[in-house]
Each structure stands twice: as structure tokens, then as C-alpha cells.
Design a protein around this ligand. Structure first.
Ligand SMILES: [Zn+2]
Length: 153
């Protein structure tokens, strides 16, 4: 049974909204509009449905995940090659640097799209707004207490 979130959002299944939008680099709401306007720059708004994508931008979020993923994929063959053939260092540079660059650049857009789709689907931007509202309320409460001269909560 597909899992759906319907409150204020389009009722598409979790699979179609997150995975398809993520891997196809499309808008997380409509799944039609392109997410990027360059290599990895997110459009300010969806060209199809007008969703404000600036609020959904994952920024550098996928970088730590890609670093770990590429490391897990490249290290075993690099270690096997080193311990089996004991090649000079330039062999490693010639073999693994292009592979690391290709894997990183090739997976950057889908990983960023996947994070944006997850953020959109699970309302991460709204959570940030509510945390910001809580911080503002706490600061206003603190300044009110300081003006009263009381330090009691
Ligand atoms: Zn859209």
C-alpha cells in the first residue's frame, strides 16, 4: 500500500514523489518542472507549478553522504590493487582520481534532488520556520524578563 502525505501537499505516493523526483531531478511537488538551472544550481521556482524551490534548497547537504558513498565504493578496489600489484603512486592517481571525480559529479545532482524531495515531502522547511519562531519567542520572553528585573522563569 503506498504511503501518502496529504495535509497541504499533493497526494502522490511517497515512492513517486521522492524517488522519481529525486532521480529524475524534477520538482518535488509536480514531478514535471526541472529542478536545476545549471550543473547543481537549484531554480528559484518550479517552471511548471511555481513551487518556491529556494526554500527547499538542500545546499551542501549531499556532500557528506557522497563523500562516504564514494569512499566506500573506491577504497576496496584501491586497496586490493595496492596490496596485489604494489604499483607506483602515479598509477593510483591515474586510476582513482578520474573515477572519484566521475562518481562525485555524476551522483551530485540526483543526491541533491533526492534530499530536496525528502525535505519537501517531510516538510523540513516548515520545521525550520517553527524553530525560528520558537527562538524569536524565547528571545522576546527573555528580554521581557530582563525589563521586569526578574530572572524567574
Ligand atoms: Zn513543480
Amino acid at each position: 500500500m503506498p504511503y501518502t502525505i496529504e495535509k497541504g501537499r499533493e497526494a502522490r505516493s511517497l515512492w513517486s514523489s521522492v524517488w522519481q523526483s529525486g532521480f529524475r531531478c524534477r520538482c518535488p511537488r509536480c514531478g514535471v518542472g526541472s529542478l536545476y538551472q545549471g550543473i547543481a544550481k537549484v531554480r528559484p521556482a518550479c517552471s511548471h507549478c511555481g513551487l518556491d524551490l529556494a526554500q527547499e534548497d538542500a545546499g551542501d547537504g549531499p556532500a557528506p553522504f557522497l563523500t562516504m558513498l564514494v569512499g566506500v565504493l573506491v577504497m576496496p578496489p584501491a586497496l586490493w590493487y595496492e596490496f596485489t600489484f604494489e604499483p607506483p603512486v602515479w598509477h593510483h592517481a591515474l586510476l582513482w582520481l578520474p573515477l572519484i571525480l566521475a562518481l562525485t559529479i555524476g551522483t551530485l545532482r540526483p543526491a541533491k534532488s533526492l534530499l530536496i524531495a525528502l525535505q519537501y515531502r517531510f516538510k523540513a522547511s516548515e520545521a525550520e520556520e517553527s524553530f525560528a519562531d520558537d527562538d524569536e519567542a524565547n528571545e522576546a520572553d527573555q528580554s521581557g524578563r530582563e525589563q521586569d528585573g526578574t530572572n524567574q522563569p
